[in-house]
Design a protein around this ligand. Sequence first.
Ligand code: DAH
Length: 339
Amino acid sequence: MKLNEIRADALKKLEAIHAKSERDLAALKTYLFGKAGVLTGLMKSLKDLPPEEKPQAGKEINDLRVELVAKCDEKEKELHRLAIEAELDSESIDLSIDKPLHAVGARHPLNQVRKRLTDYFIGNGYIVYDSPEIETDYYNFQALNVPQDHPARDMQDTFFINDNILLRTQTSSGQIRLMEKFKPPIKMICPGRVFRNDDDSTHSPVFHQMEGLVVDKNVTLCDLKGTLEGFAKFIFGEQTKIRFRPSYFPFTEPSVEVDVSCFNCHGDGCRVCKNTGWIEILGAGMVNRRVLENCGIDPDEYRGFAFGMGLDRITMIQCAINDIKLLWENDVRFLHMFK
Ligand code: DAH
């Protein structure tokens, strides 16, 4: 076959290759350039030519080879482009479709409560302090005036990792860590997860607390009461009253438990307040002087108050639910109710 014929034949075959015929192109390349290909055969036949014709013939064959390789590459690119176009066409998006494409989410009720509380305290000049969930015995207990073997440890069934390391049972550990770093005046809240070996309809092994701590000169129980009253009115409504009941916590002296008047029945008695008219929401007190001493703060110069509340409990009260598991299951039907 003459070179011209080979060229014309190859170009005709290339022309005939259309979209989705990558295989035909591969076959054509083998036919032309493969081991037994036409052009390869021509190159091999050079050896039979008289020596004076070899250079010219070799050049012509090679020129044709270069030309056809370029043409094949071009075809390959074209096929690739056609394939992409076809794919895009098949995937076209119908923008006119009348359907919300994404379900719109919302903050989890627990996070709504946490945000409302933190916003309130930030607005009143408190800093938000983040303290570790994995703690040493010292920060979770000893520095808070709960020595080893103190009976108060029984109130908080602890997950120990080893003799010294545990999952914090209370955000109160944040008080110590903060007072080691910052000196008075202090106004801080410390929200976060805490852990206890408890599991029933109102207790979960993982739950949430928010600690509050104020240390300054001349801080009194009266300041604590005013602070908590302002907070309770903000969360439960302007008509809310609070009451202090004497209590005991090793890290505060005196200690109190704080109730708010029932936001549902305003004191008459109902299901939410178990007919008492009051709902217990937190523990609090004046920071025990030993705790201040443990953090290098002079208790004769400074005094403080502290409080700690259960965020899950407040959320349950606000959402009027009696099973804490609802806060963990992430059932969207439940979550939708509190958007
Ligand atoms: N840490 C206590 C608990 O988990 C709650 C508490 C009570 C925190 C009194 C305080 C406080 O800061 O003053 O039961």
